[in-house]
Design a protein around this ligand. Structure first.
Ligand code: NAD
Ligand code: UGA
Length: 458
């Protein structure tokens, strides 16, 4: 009854939303998403989806049970599928050669072997995960060195969605990139993937390339985006020394159409599961090819990110009379950015840890990321509480830190919050999102990124 069966291995932040959007637009395809994590699959099958993403529920609930299915039976679904997207995690390696820099490809390789074991006919295998350039060559070798006489085409179709904006990014992406070899078989496979996206993406946005360009473009896109964040953060440090204002500088340079205005918001540094891992991986690959200068250039983007976080913590401690020991500090926001519950590599984690090492007592509030907090900070258990109400979070605190750019943080009644805080009361706006002049008038000592502080303390 269905034209073809698409399988996605890996039901995470990418696999789930991506396949839900494909299922929505391609009702004649059966789309199955599998994962080895039974809890995650049970959540995808329930009313409480495993990830928070604006608009996701509507898209999933439209197609689930019609042509979108979630399952833990990886083997059986491999056997019955025509096209397999692989969207498993590719974290930074924590052991052996390349530890701390290279991509850990164990999940990816296990998947390739599992595909081979359970296939009795040739299939199209699509790299959706972010992978080191030339991974497809290794995958082809594993898949095609079989005695069954079957052939697999390995294509690259990296995902560019940003969390918190995933559904919009999937519905209306800047581009879809698909890389394939120039063999007849690979080009036919490529056409099948183009046909899927052509259901809702204009053809001029579907870009095809060779596999290696496609794999590398994904790493490079993330490296360039992160580089802009690090670049503007270095300038924020200079602004604080010179009384220039980072927002005025960002605006002025962003109006140059060659530079562009996006990704120029200074803050506490970038987080998320991918920027750091992908840049480190890019740097590692360059080094493996003997390109030491190239490697060092990109590593600096990550080094600046750590520097910005440490710099922020130093400002907090020094402004609060060089000690935060036994002082209550309210942390507003724990997710790595607004509109997600994801805390992976969130700047809030390192900020919270550094402050607790200084013996501060933290009360933490995040509208969607409460679940991650206790495990991310488990070695500091007893030094922090996770709150459900922002007003309670700030009650009796000496300072508030804004660590995530959640819009609702702007709308709180800061007069009321101020009354219930210890004095002098501080706000450290690590995302520059609040109305600083108003907070200063209420009585707060306001510290921002890349702008002079507004202080009543002289
Ligand atoms: P994730 O950790 O949320 O999801 C990966 C899933 O794969 C997990 O649920 C895990 O259980 C599952 N898995 C691992 N091995 C498996 C196996 N052998 N069989 C079945 N399931 C298996 O990761 P994610 O954030 O969705 O990222 C996946 C990939 O996409 C990564 O390479 C990442 O770099 C890339 N990416 C992520 C984003 C993002 O916003 N998170 C955006 C673009 C690209
Ligand atoms: C990023 C990319 O934007 C996606 O294209 C890519 O697909 C994805 O990584 C991935 O490969 O995982 P994501 O990490 O979800 O998406 O979110 P971003 O919007 O890129 O933000 C990343 C971090 O940079 C956040 O911590 C954000 O707060 C920070 N940021 C972003 C800034 O500090 N300033 C900015 O101007 C922009």
């Amino acid at each position: 009854m269905f034209k073809k069966t698409i399988l996605c291995i890996g039901a995470g932040y990418v696999g789930g939303p991506t396949m839900a959007v494909i299922a929505k637009h391609c009702p004649e395809y059966k789309v199955v998403v599998v994962d080895i994590n039974p809890k995650r699959i049970a959540q995808w099958q329930s009313e409480n989806l495993p990830i928070y993403e604006p608009g996701l529920e509507e898209v999933v609930f439209t197609s689930r049970g019609r042509n979108l299915f979630f399952s833990t039976d990886v083997d059986a679904h491999i056997a019955s599928s025509d096209i397999i997207f692989v969207s498993v995690n590719t974290p930074t390696k924590t052991f052996g050669q390349g530890a701390g820099r290279a991509a850990d490809l164990q999940y990816w390789e296990k998947t390739a072997r599992q595909i081979l074991k359970n296939s009795s006919n040739g299939k199209i295998v699509v790299e959706k995960s972010t992978l080191p350039v030339r991974t497809a060559a290794a995958m082809e070798r594993i898949l095609n060195s079989n005695e069954k006489g079957i052939h697999f085409d390995v294509l690259s179709n990296p995902e560019f969605l940003a969390e918190g904006n995933a559904i919009q990014d999937l519905e209306n992406p800047d581009r879809i990139l698909i890389g394939a070899r120039h063999t007849d078989s690979a080009q036919k496979a490529l056409q099948q993937i183009v046909d899927i996206y052509a259901h809702w993406i204009p053809m001029e946005k579907i870009v095809t390339s060779n596999v290696w360009s496609s794999e590398l473009s994904k790493l490079v896109a993330n490296a360039f985006l992160a580089q802009r964040v690090s670049s503007i953060n270095t300038i924020s440090a200079l602004c604080e020394k010179t009384n220039a204002d980072i927002e005025e500088v960002s605006r002025a340079i962003g109006m140059d159409s060659r530079i562009g205005s996006k990704f120029l918001t200074a803050g506490v540094g970038f987080g998320g599961s991918c920027f750091k891992k992908d840049i480190l991986n890019l740097a590692y690959i360059a080094e493996c090819y003997g390109l030491t200068e190239v490697s060092k250039y990109w590593e600096q983007v990550v080094a600046i990110n750590s520097y910005q976080q440490q710099r922020f913590v130093r400002i907090v401690v020094s402004s609060m009379f060089n000690t935060v020991a036994d002082k209550k500090i309210a942390l507003f926001g724990f997710a790595f950015k607004a509109d997600t519950g994801d805390t992976r590599e969130s700047p809030a984690i390192d900020i919270a840890k550094a402050l607790m090492e200084e013996r501060a007592i933290l009360s933490i509030y995040d509208p969607k990321a409460s679940d991650g907090i206790s495990s991310d900070l488990q070695q500091f258990r007893g030094r922090f509480t996770v709150e459900e109400d922002p007003y309670k979070t700030a009650r009796g605190a000496h300072a508030i830190i804004i660590a995530t750019d959640w819009k609702q943080f702007k709308d709180y009644q800061y007069e009321k919050i101020f009354e219930e805080m210890e004095k002098p009361a501080f706000i450290f706006d690590g995302r520059n999102i609040l109305d600083h002049k108003k907070l200063y008038e209420i009585g707060f000592n306001v510290h921002r990124i890349g702008r002079p502080p507004l202080s009543h303390l002289g």
